[in-house]
Design a protein around this ligand. Structure first.
Ligand SMILES: [Zn+2]
Length: 289
């Protein structure tokens, strides 16, 4: 019925109404279909996203056409986002292919350089009606080829967040607040007091990275303080892979991909619904239009 839309207004509506929208990293057609079905069945707005590694693995055109097909066949608002990209040329390539949201991750550079690199992307993406996400501070953990050791992770500075949004015009901001990519060893140590100050100084929707394994109560607190987008990557990959491993454990000779892809898809779908529930976006498809 529809087509892919920019996530800017979706996320602004979510922030204004006090809920979060889940953004799922997908790596295969089945993972994409699983989260789309989860969203369609529950009438939930959806952000599909891919890492740079997945863009290189599948090619942006295949990803865009699958996401466009999902948008066409379903009744919910769907955006397609490029996660953690450091490469301006690849961002432009993905926008041309049909991505409706991009992240420029220049968080490894000094503050002023992060501003100038983000501004370059805002210029090209905004003209194309595409959402832009930038990061301040540095989220720890491993995301594709980006490895940030625990001692190198940095929290975002509230005053810098406000000045950064002002200087760049970026419509969504990912401030590092103590969450990490991958699986947490203990409970994540989220800097809520800092998040509250960021929320007070910035009117654009905020993005929660490292959304795998954050306890429900902490997710809800993040959403309350402006985290309108919650990224889920690692847990989804694990659910998908574990379901396949279980099939092969029971039947090592299985050689029909549909026999192991169907349970993997079901596992992803169930997990996606539970994350949507946590973020509070179930049934909100019409609330973001
Ligand atoms: Zn991230």
């Amino acid at each position: 019925m529809g087509h892919l839309i920019s996530s800017t207004s979706m996320l602004q509506a979510a922030r204004d109404q006090g809920f979060g929208i889940t953004a799922f990293n997908v790596h295969t057609l089945e993972m994409l279909q699983a989260v789309v079905e989860a969203a369609e069945e529950t009438h939930t707005p959806l952000i599909l996203q891919t890492t740079v590694g997945t863009v290189k693995h599948l090619g942006p055109e295949y990803i865009v056409s699958a996401a466009q097909t999902a948008a066409k066949l379903s009744s919910i608002p769907i955006a397609l986002h490029l996660d953690h990209c450091t490469d301006y040329d690849l961002i432009v390539k993905c926008i041309r292919a049909g991505y409706t949201s991009v992240m420029i991750d220049a968080s490894m550079h000094p503050y002023e350089e992060n501003i100038s690199r983000t501004k370059e992307v805002v210029k090209v993406a905004a003209a194309a009606g595409v959402n832009i996400e930038a990061e301040l501070g540095k989220v720890g953990g491993v995301e594709d080829d980006i490895v940030v050791e625990e001692e190198d992770a940095r929290l975002a500075v509230p005053e810098e967040c406000a000045a950064f949004v002002e200087a760049t015009g970026v419509p969504t901001l990912a401030p590092a607040i103590g969450t990490a990519h991958g699986i947490y060893k203990g409970e994540p140590k989220i800097a809520f007091e800092r998040l509250e100050r960021i929320y007070a100084g910035v009117s654009v929707p905020l993005v929660l990275h490292g959304g795998s394994g954050i306890p429900e109560e902490q997710v809800k607190r993040c959403v309350k303080y402006g985290m309108a987008k919650m990224n889920v990557a690692t847990e989804l990959r694990i659910a998908f892979s574990d379901a396949i491993k279980a099939i092969f454990a029971g039947n090592p000779d299985e050689n029909d991909p549909r026999k192991y892809m169907v349970p993997a898809k079901e596992a992803v779908k169930a997990l996606a619904k539970s994350k949507m529930e946590m973020a509070g976006c179930i049934g909100k498809a019409n609330a973001v239009r």
